[in-house]
Design a protein. Sequence first.
Lengths: 264, 291
Amino acid sequence: MTPTLQITQLCKRFGGIVVADAIDLEIHAGDILGLIGPNGAGKSSLFNLISGVYPSDSGEVSLMGQRLNGQSIASRAQSGISRTWQHMRLFQSLSVLENLVVASRFYEAEGLMTLFFQSAKIKKLQEEKAERALQILQRMELKHLCDWAIGDLTFGQQKLMGLARALMNEGQLLLLDEPMAGVEGQSYDMMKEVVRQEARAGRAICVVEHNISFVKDLCSSAVFMFAGKILERGRVEDLLASKTLEALYFGAQADGVAAVEDSL
Amino acid sequence: MEYVVSVLVLMGIYVMLSSSFNLIIGYGGLISIAHPIFFALGAYTTGVLSVNTSIWPPLAIALGGLVALVFSLMLSLPSLRISGDYLLITSIGFQLGLLEVIKHLGFLGGASGLGNIPNVVEGDARSGVFALISMGMAVLVFLFIRWLIRGPYGLLVSAMRDDELVYTSLGRNAMKVKLVIFAIGSACAGLAGGLYAYYYQYVNPDQFEILQSSMILTMVVVGGMGSQWGPVVGAVLLLFLPQAIGFLNFPPSVMAPLQGLLYSLLVIIFLFVRPQGLVASLERKTAKSTP
């Protein structure tokens, strides 16, 4: 079966800093892959490379067997890549509902001819988008807040909104950048549940997360990144049991680097 | 009476200018100071056409808008391709440079201006008719911008202004929205210019200097940037204020500096006390967030 996302030998450097060093990665439909590693390991950079924020230096990124190299951020989104951001980055001047409507994969009112001369069609399509947005909000129990301003939501609700906005794309690949950072209680359980449902619905999901129990609960497998490299991949439990990775993760980085270099 | 009516004509023109500038800077978040040059392009296009041909006046005004639109793309296409910040820099050059070119083109009347624009409304009611047309055009521009911003396109504009990177990562085309907003705003300034040319029958480069830009910006800031009624209120207020003190019958040597003083004072006061303008926050409160 063709993997939803296939990355081969992906490289990217900024001057002397290597953020991606010959990365190979596959994510299949229904998988939830955890991306773990210390800060600065290149996890978010990998997301930026996949979603097209940075162009890669070399290597390939394919979605459903289609090569994405050279495609813009927008056209990658239209091919079905959607992502969240560590700091949510919701549209502050739009309401909760509007934040979702504007995030549909296709937005016909962008075309001026359609906007000016086919207002009936636009109206119907906008209503469909709002309908879909309300369904997503309903799932996250945010529907009653649909007219609220973003600034009036709690932190946890804003995190959920980040996920909700990504779901509007209905694409095959979902990239979640620290969905759980700072999230507690009800929102935490909700986030977990929705991510699980999305995987069951056949989406390929990749999660960058420092919350290890979340990764353990949810991810079918994980990769450990350090200094732009994937050092280890496998079941989450096995990765967590590794002494080398633990050393790298929890601060004793100098020792960790030495240990890694020994093992290479 | 004639005097009041002539202020009404000017008011319509400035409502068009401030509303369209607000579309660019307030809604679109695109910082440009070249609005007067698009006003000038409309005025000169209409002026030249009506002097040299027997063109139907509404068509001449429309072509004024069209020429402003085309020139706006010349400015926005190269500068917005890089980033929004470059628009400010290139707009300064565009404003100063193009006006200098106009001053040196013979068929545009050069530095002494373009005169002999035919009078298209004869009779006693001339100013009244122009006031009606001006108000009518201002209402149309206002309604058009309102329709655009309140509709599905408005979501795109706001989202793009809030966060361009996220906007593109959702599959949207940020460049296109910026070009469209800038072009529509500039075209509206061009239309205002066309009307201006017909009303005054004389167009002079000095009327479109960079200082006009600060006047329009003051209207937008005082009224409320990014609100529908803000620029309207700002335009009316700032046009009436000098007229109001005009009745005090100060000698001209006092009047001119007094006006300048009042404008500057208003901007300073507003930036300190109420940077959101007179109208903006009221509109936002009612539109959003009713927990």
